[in-house]
Design a protein around this ligand. Structure first.
Ligand SMILES: NC(=O)c1ccc[n+]([C@@H]2O[C@H](COP(=O)([O-])OP(=O)(O)OC[C@H]3O[C@@H](n4cnc5c(N)ncnc54)[C@H](OP(=O)(O)O)[C@@H]3O)[C@@H](O)[C@H]2O)c1
Length: 226
């Protein structure tokens, strides 16, 4: 197992959707889930977020709870983790609110994205653009760079395409899945892991290590069996 620990933190409906059919529709969230996400993010050195999620939501998650901020200081961590957007195409507007948040920003991208995007020079002033492959992003290179920069704890905040890429690359150590007591339905609504899917004989298996119930909401912690 690598020295870097990668944890996925996602919430899904009881029917397995991470957002409604319309991705622009605001997501369900409540105080218990916000508190849970804030605690998990507070442990991170680096947050990974897919370009689809940042395009839909505009901003990255930040920690506000003074006790969690104090605990980060004691551990020698910066007040906020670095947020790294993953975007092979680099199709990101320089006007995204994320690009003016008071946090350290990286963007994992490709040579093709850097060459094709006319805003690349502007984006370079707003975030560190990191080229990790010609057309496909090489996750082993990404993780070598993460390790070189002294990062131990990575939290993946979705969406489903990013988690699929990380599952395929074998990078996920554990999962926190919140189950919201609601049904969104819709065959085109995204689920925690999108991509091409895995046949049962190649599907990653999990071990349930912890459960917590708050009202009708469930917080499930799984470890990936490697
Ligand atoms: N319920 C929850 O906890 C939760 C959490 C997060 C998101 N969401 C929801 O999920 C939806 C977005 O999910 P999504 O699956 O559509 O998008 P996503 O995973 O956030 O982003 C997909 C994009 O990320 C980039 N990307 C991902 N893996 C890559 C790789 N290996 N190489 C290069 N680029 C890669 C690509 O960007 P480019 O297209 O720029 O190349 C791809 O189009 C939104 O509606 C959001 O609100 C819900």
């Amino acid at each position: 197992m690598s020295a870097i620990q990668t944890t996925v933190v996602l919430a899904m409906t009881a029917d397995g959707k991470i957002s409604a059919v319309d991705p622009q529709a605001p997501r369900d969230s409540d105080a218990a889930d916000q508190e849970h996400v804030e605690y998990q993010v507070s442990l991170a050195d680096l947050i990974l977020v897919g370009a689809g999620t940042i395009r839909a939501e505009g901003v990255s998650f930040t920690i506000r709870n003074p006790e969690l901020l104090a605990a980060r200081e004691v551990r020698g961590q910066s007040p906020q983790p670095i947020t790294c957007i993953v975007s092979g195409s680099l199709n990101l507007s320089p006007n995204l609110p994320f690009l003016s948040q008071d946090i350290k920003r990286w963007i994992f991208t490709t040579q093709t994205g850097l060459e094709r995007n006319s805003d690349a020079t502007t984006l370079q002033k707003l975030a560190e653009l990191i080229d990790l492959g010609d057309t496909d992003l090489d996750w082993d290179r990404a993780y070598s760079l993460i390790a070189e920069r002294g990062i131990y704890k990575v939290v993946v905040l979705g969406g489903g395409s990013l988690t699929a890429a990380l599952v395929k690359a074998g990078k996920i150590d554990d999962w926190w899945l919140t189950i919201w007591p609601v049904i969104y339905g819709g065959k085109n609504a995204p689920s925690p892991v999108e991509g091409e899917g895995f046949l049962p004989n190649a599907a990653p298996h999990l071990q349930l290590v912890e459960t917590r119930q708050v009202g009708s909401e469930l917080f499930l912690h799984y470890r990936t069996l490697k």
